[in-house]
Design a protein around this ligand. Structure first.
Ligand SMILES: *Cc1c(COP(=O)(O)O)cnc(C)c1O
Length: 426
């Protein structure tokens, strides 16, 4: 499949039915799998044979969908998780432990920020946050002896900053650590971070990949490019015998699949954040139209951003597809065909005007979500960030008038008309 265009992989990747088998990926809604002999099953537990025995560790539906996403990203192995949060947690925890240090872009999703800044800190993992526009020289100074990875988001949620993947990958590789990139917003339709030097990619599949907002999920994909063996002492979990798996050395036994195999056999075994096969089925269906939806999301969002840009009730618009946007040049490099359908903007009149505008919308719904087929809006100052006063909001990079609009794939003129009538109400 990898020789095909991503559009073709969206439709047919990950699953090739044999003679007489189901054309559509079947939902294998079973926790367990039957074997003829104890020896058969023992070989699976010893990782001598590949096969299914318990859905927490592997399931055919989950595998088919993980394979499709792995092909879309151009990776060698991937694993689905029960949420995007679990994906980022596993991607990091797979190679760090108490006493280690990570470097992260500060322009990341709030949940991921909390994970790295607080929960991981409580586990003894220290973090340094850097602004995404940090110079390469300064970035180099942030590495320590115990730094194990660098983390960022291709297009950050909600601040919409484009990550200079090459810059972060260069610094990471100079210091012998991998770059992990959360590629949720652009999806592999608009950016394939491995092509720019990222080593591992994660997603909240809850967003565009599922696309219809019917199930929470995540994925981790490994490019297979980072050579753990070159930094043996830094990544003992991958390069030395695992006593909990008969002394398996993952890099020796599984080569380029070492990172994902270890994630399955240790983190999934011990922490267990697997998706239900039913949810993976929905994700697989969503992926079949990802290429069509992403194009329309971006096309609609660009039209709306251009409409807002010249409207005299709007104070500012942030969308990397606009020539005037401060992210435009980076977007031209990393996201030349589109970025996502998410726009943020401010209405003149501040917090009160923003609330009035939002409450007057009829087609666009107020929801805590982004990146599905239906246009939706969120006013962080009165919802997700409502405990902060105006000066605290500004310090957090969220202005009181900020509205985040996730543009859907409805007929764009209908969305614009809805925005127009709501602006008239201010
Ligand atoms: C939503 C989101 C997450 C968290 O994903 P869940 O599926 O909600 O757990 C992580 N990263 C980004 C960029 C997101 O947008």
């Amino acid at each position: 499949m990898t020789k095909y265009n991503t559009n073709t992989i969206c439709v047919q990747g990950g699953y090739s039915p044999k003679n007489g088998e189901s054309r559509v990926v079947p939902i294998v809604q079973s926790t367990t799998f039957k074997y003829e002999t104890s020896q058969n099953m023992g070989d699976l537990f010893d990782l001598k044979e590949s096969g299914y025995f318990y859905t927490r560790l592997a399931n055919p539906t989950n595998d088919a969908v993980a394979n499709k996403i792995t092909q879309l990203e151009g990776g060698v192995a991937g694993i689905l998780t029960s949420s995007g949060q679990a994906a980022n947690f596993y991607a990091i925890l797979n190679i760090v432990k108490a006493g280690d240090h990570v470097i992260s872009s500060s322009a990341i999703y709030g949940g991921t920020y909390n994970l790295i800044a607080n929960t991981m800190k409580n586990l003894g993992i220290e973090a340094t946050f850097v602004e995404p526009d940090i110079s390469l020289e300064e970035l180099r100074t942030k590495f320590k002896e115990n730094t194990k990875l660098v983390f960022g988001e291709t297009l950050s949620n909600p601040s919409l900053k484009v990550l200079d993947i090459e810059k972060f990958a260069t610094a990471a590789h100079e210091h012998g650590v991998p770059l992990i990139v959360d590629n949720t917003f652009p999806t592999p339709i608009f950016c394939r971070p491995f092509e720019w030097g990222a080593d591992i990619v994660t997603h909240s599949t809850t967003k565009y990949m599922n696309g219809s907002a019917n199930s929470v999920g995540g994925v981790v994909v490994d490019s297979g490019n980072f050579n753990w063996e070159d930094y043996k002492s830094k990544y003992p979990g991958l390069t030395s015998p695992d006593p909990t798996y008969h002394g398996t050395v993952y890099t020796e036994s599984f080569g380029k699949a070492a990172y994902i195999t270890k994630m399955t056999t240790t983190l999934m075994r011990d922490l267990g954040s697997i998706p239900s096969p039913q949810n993976s089925f929905y994700l697989g269906i969503g992926l079949e139209t990802l290429h069509l939806r992403m194009e329309r999301h971006f096309e609609n969002a660009l039209k709306i951003a251009r409409f807002l840009e010249v409207n005299d009730k709007i104070s500012w618009v942030s969308f990397s597809g606009l020539e005037k946007d401060d992210q435009y040049n980076l977007a031209q490099k990393y996201l030349p065909n589109g970025s996502s359908g998410v726009i943020s903007f401010g209405v003149k009149g501040g917090r009160q005007a923003a609330i009035k505008f939002m409450d007057s919308l009829k087609l666009a719904a107020i929801v805590t979500h982004v990146a599905d087929t239906r246009t939706c809006v969120l006013h962080p100052a009165s919802t997700t960030h409502r405990q902060m006063n105006d000066s605290e909001l500004l310090a957090a990079g969220v202005s009181p008038d900020l509205i985040r609009m996730s543009v859907g794939i409805e007929y764009v003129e209908d969305i614009i008309e809805d925005i127009e009538q709501a602006l008239d109400e201010i």
